[in-house]
Design a protein around this ligand. Sequence first.
Ligand SMILES: *Cc1c(COP(=O)(O)O)cnc(C)c1O
Length: 392
Amino acid sequence: MSQSFNPTPRTLMGPGPSDVHPRVLSALGRPTIGHLDPEFVSMMDEVKGLLQYAFQTKNELTIPVSAPGSAGMETCFVNLIEPGDKVVVCQNGVFGGRMKENVERIGATAIMVEDEWGKPVDPQKVEDALKANPDAKAVAFVHAETSTGACSDVKTLCALAHKHNCVTIVDTVTSLGGSELRVDDWGVDAVYSGSQKCLSCTPGISPVSFNERAIEIIKNRKTKVQSWFMDLNLVMGYWGANTKRAYHHTAPINALYALHEALVMLKEEGLENAWQRHMHNHLALRAGLEAMGLSFIVEEKYRLPQLNSVTIPDGVEEVKVRAQLLKEFNLEIGAGLGALAGKVWRVGLMGYSSRAENILLCLSALEAVLSELGANINTGVAIAAAQKQLSG
Ligand SMILES: *Cc1c(COP(=O)(O)O)cnc(C)c1O
């Protein structure tokens, strides 16, 4: 006989999902009601307003896509890009590569602007690509590269794109709620994010937002959006203001209760306070890791507070360390991806995971496991260094 599934509670300090706040988990268990029920519809309106706050935008078309961050990415690309278009795609980690894949599957051309993994997108290279391709329609890039921990300059890149008459598509999956993001002030035209990183929510929902410039492009398409599910012209009939809420698909009702709760919590904390909390905790983790003798691969001024890529001590089998952290401490940290596989650990401090007790657990567990494996680290100093920073 099959039994109920009861996972062991873990502390999630990888690249996402992050720890889900208990308030969000309990929201998931509330009674399921119909997705056209007036009570649900008014909650949908609140979710839109709360997302506008999180994104710092007045965009009317600000909605949660009923699928994970990757679907938000695809929603942006399939609606804005048509076969034959040219898109400048910036790649400085894993996710820029996915953007390229999206562009090419549409039958459009990706002009790649590549930077080393761990470095931000270089605006000069973007400008060069735009000058060499005056017919480009869009510029796409990742704000917070989760595969490396590097942060790119959204405001500068958007200004460049607009100077060359391009619309911007920006990945903010890991930045939303964790580091400064101002969609309207920074001129972001189309943006997508995810529920499971700095919003402390369960995975599976992708907030997106489109401004007037983006909507104009979508309205003037020559071809139909090839994805029925993601076609915003149809989705708008369900989520749009002053529409009759025509049935499009069944919304993930309980998952949206969870997102609503997570966004209410963000509002209660205050967006800028949330950004500050992520930075404050990052500095404490950093103090501890550096005291131990580990170092960061991203230059300080481009470092993301919510994703810490750190070096692995010489001679240590990194897979073994992560397995032991999980087994002995129920603690998950992330492995390196792509070009950084085997070279770094990625320690996430996202959303509800970004708190003092997690930092102290991570430092003491890592120290215990590394010592046990005979790694050459400084012992007995990490916790004090972190605590000093935490209380400072
Ligand atoms: C996690 C992530 C995604 C993908 O989100 P999923 O919810 O896993 O589909 C996209 N971009 C970035 C930068 C991410 O960190």
